[in-house]
Structures are given as structure tokens and as C-alpha cells.
Design a protein around this ligand. Structure first.
Ligand SMILES: [Zn+2]
Length: 286
């Protein structure tokens, strides 16, 4: 799928409300923390330090929100309370992956608690794993939207909008999509290496402790993931092979790195927005 096709969808999208998922309604509209979403490249995000060495966790120190609060929120809403994906089918102009700085902080802390002390992972190491995990999960949501978009170009009207509306009413469909997005983290586990050691096991342990759906990633396969995101096509059809290929291409980290991905036209990158808390510049701690 090409950039021009996405632009066409954005230009032609009908006015009128686009379905918002429950977690977004609950946690990202009218939250008490003032947020400053800034567009950020993959490299900038990875190099940015989210910790405050002297006074511990960012969440409790700056936002006035306890880690326990965030833990409770995450147990109910999963990854999408830490970061979320805004579709290009929606009305807003900020489509892309939205990362919350306290989401990275929370997940890095959890990963640090789960890690075997023998690996000597530093705070920056666990932040790196947290960022990769969140980005790969949200890229899964992006690839779901791409898959439905291709269905639309094949004549299935409003495929993505109908999928999003169904997800609001059918808990199982929502859970299945979350399982597919965590499966995407597993598929890209070679991106979870630090100093030549792979740390997917820690991420896998974390995902098994996530809420229903998220924790069901092991049962997702190359053969059933399209059904799980609400697309039904007979095996062996060329459209099915095409969708599987496009999902793979649009769900890997090169979608975030246009300058280093030579085969992708510049401009196709999935935008990343970092939501920082007002008045704070994390870079001063580096
Ligand atoms: Zn998700």
C-alpha cells in the first residue's frame, strides 16, 4: 500500500464521528495532566532518557500519579493506556503512534522488576525494551488499519470503520486485535536484543500478565491472524497472500525509520507523537 493511497483516504474521509475506543475515551480525553504532544522520530525517542536518577520514578515524582494507579489502569486497559494508535481514517489530523512518557516509565519499571538481576540491565536498557515493545504493539494496530484499507480498495466498503464499530460492542473482537498486536511483538523479537542478548523472555512474561486478549498472543498464528482482525478470506486466494504480505511490511520498525529504510519512499513513515507533561524537558537529565 502506498503513501498516496493513505493520503486519498485522509482526503476523502467523511465528516462525522469516527468510533473512539473505550480506553481512549476513558483515559485520553479530559485527563487531568496537561499534555504536550510533540512529533518525534524513532531515533530521538530511543535516545531520550525518561528517568530521573535522583528521585526515582517519573510518574510519581512529576505527574503526581502513583505507580499503583498506573498499574491498576494498565490491568484494565492494557498497553493502550501506555501508548495508543490513532488511525488515518479518523477525523483528527494527528494520526500515528502516541506514546505517553509516563507509559514508558511505568513499563520500564515493570520490565526492570521482571528482569533477572544477573543480566545487569540498566535503567536505559529497560527503557529501550519498553519503547520497542510499545512501538511494535502499536505498529500492529497500524497494520490492522492497512489491512482493512486494502479491503476497501478491493471494494469492501467502510471495512475499517465497521471493524472499529464492531470492536466497541464485541469484547472478543477487541481482545483478538490486542492478541494480534502482542503477537507482532513476538514476531519481531529479534528487535529486543541488548548487547547481543535477546530479552524477549522478559517481555513475554510481561505480556502473559497483561489483561485478557493481550495475554493470548501465543495462540495467534500466520494462518489465523486475519480472521482475528475481522477479515475473512479463503486460504490460497491471492488477496489473502497479499494482505498477509502487506501486514508484515507495515508492522515492522522500518516503518518508523524512513531515513534508514532505503526501499521506502521518504514520507511514508508512521508518525510518532510523544506526550510529555507540561514544562518538563527530560533531556536536561542526560
Ligand atoms: Zn493495543
Amino acid at each position: 500500500m502506498h503513501w498516496q493511497q493513505i493520503l486519498r483516504i485522509i482526503e476523502e474521509r467523511p465528516q462525522g464521528e469516527f468510533p473512539i475506543l473505550d480506553c481512549e475515551r476513558q483515559f485520553f480525553t479530559g485527563r487531568k495532566i496537561n499534555r504536550h504532544p510533540q512529533i518525534i522520530t524513532y531515533d530521538e525517542l530511543i535516545h531520550r532518557n525518561f528517568s530521573i536518577p535522583e528521585d526515582g520514578n517519573l510518574v510519581s515524582a512529576i505527574a503526581g500519579v502513583s505507580l499503583q494507579y498506573f498499574h491498576d489502569v494498565h490491568q484494565t486497559w492494557g498497553d493502550d493506556a501506555l501508548a495508543y494508535y490513532r488511525p488515518f481514517h479518523g477525523q483528527r489530523n494527528d494520526w500515528g503512534i502516541h506514546i505517553l512518557e509516563e507509559g514508558v516509565d511505568y513499563l520500564a519499571t515493570r520490565i526492570g522488576d521482571l528482569a533477572d538481576p544477573g543480566f545487569n540491565l540498566s535503567r536505559l536498557d529497560v527503557e529501550y525494551l519498553a519503547k520497542q515493545k510499545l512501538l511494535l504493539h502499536e505498529l500492529g494496530h497500524h497494520a490492522v488499519e492497512i489491512s482493512h484499507s486494502l479491503q476497501e480498495f478491493d471494494g469492501v466498503r467502510d471495512s475499517y470503520r465497521r471493524h472499529q464499530t464492531l470492536q466497541q460492542n464485541e469484547q472478543m473482537l477487541h481482545q483478538n486485535e490486542e492478541a494480534v498486536c502482542n503477537w507482532n511483538v513476538k514476531r519481531n523479537k529479534h528487535k529486543l536484543k541488548i548487547r547481543a542478548l535477546n530479552h524477549f523472555n522478559i517481555i513475554s512474561d510481561f505480556m502473559h500478565m497483561q489483561p485478557d486478549g493481550y495475554n493470548n498472543f501465543e495462540s495467534t498464528t500466520n494462518q489465523n491472524f486475519l480472521e482475528r482482525i475481522g477479515i475473512r478470506l479463503q486460504p490460497g486466494l491471492p488477496q489473502r497472500d497479499n494482505l498477509e504480505r502487506e501486514f508484515r511490511q507495515h508492522s515492522n520498525l522500518s516503518r518508523l525509520k524512513p531515513r534508514s529504510a532505503r526501499s521506502i519512499r521518504y514520507g511514508f513513515a508512521v508518525p510518532i507523537y510523544l506526550h510529555t507533561i507540561r514544562g518538563r524537558d527530560l533531556r536536561r537529565n542526560n
